[in-house]
Design a protein around this ligand. Sequence first.
Ligand code: TMP
Length: 207
Amino acid sequence: MRGKFITLEGGEGVGKSTNLLFIKEYLEAAGKAVVVTREPGGTEVGEEIRNVLLSHRESSLHESAELLLMFAARSQHLQEIIIPALKGGSWVLCDRFTDATYAYQGGGRDISFEKIKILEDFVQQGLKPDCTFLLDAPIEVGMQRASKRGDLDRFESEEQQFFLRVRATYQKLAKLEKGRFHLVNASQELSLVQSEISSILDQLLVK
Ligand code: TMP
């Protein structure tokens, strides 16, 4: 039996790490084998690409190169980790996936959804998450949390307008695919965030 593919999305500092751990433990308590992974990254090659994508350097990274590197890492990730795990019956819990590309490269960098869709179809061949949690919070909340963590990476150093576009694009995606997306208000108390998440997981566990 194929496992389920769950992704966690949201802007910077919305509490993805805390909730990733919560979801992992919730599913394990329900008897599921869970593979936790992240994008960009998740494989040796992918983590090297992640370094290229997140680090600051003197010459700027062209937006098309950035987009292609996201999908290069994703292709490796799918073949090496995600598809084998799902086929083996494990549930895969991934910190960001292609919705992040639509939000950051599409919304943030203004690359057309049509171009991204071509790469999505090529790399994923129809594979999509079964369930996507979008942790949504005003960008000020997230940026404060992210800057407390220390040095800002290449994305975290973007201007405010960039993050406003990212957030608006995520919200638009959630409206377009209501069956897959679950928008969770991440600025409410953590116990409320997690009770919303667990009720959605309960539905997924009986499907
Ligand atoms: P994070 O794992 O700390 O959230 O950092 C990953 C960064 O990469 C984050 O700023 C969002 C960005 N990103 C994209 O721009 N496009 C993508 O497709 C993915 C997966 C991440």
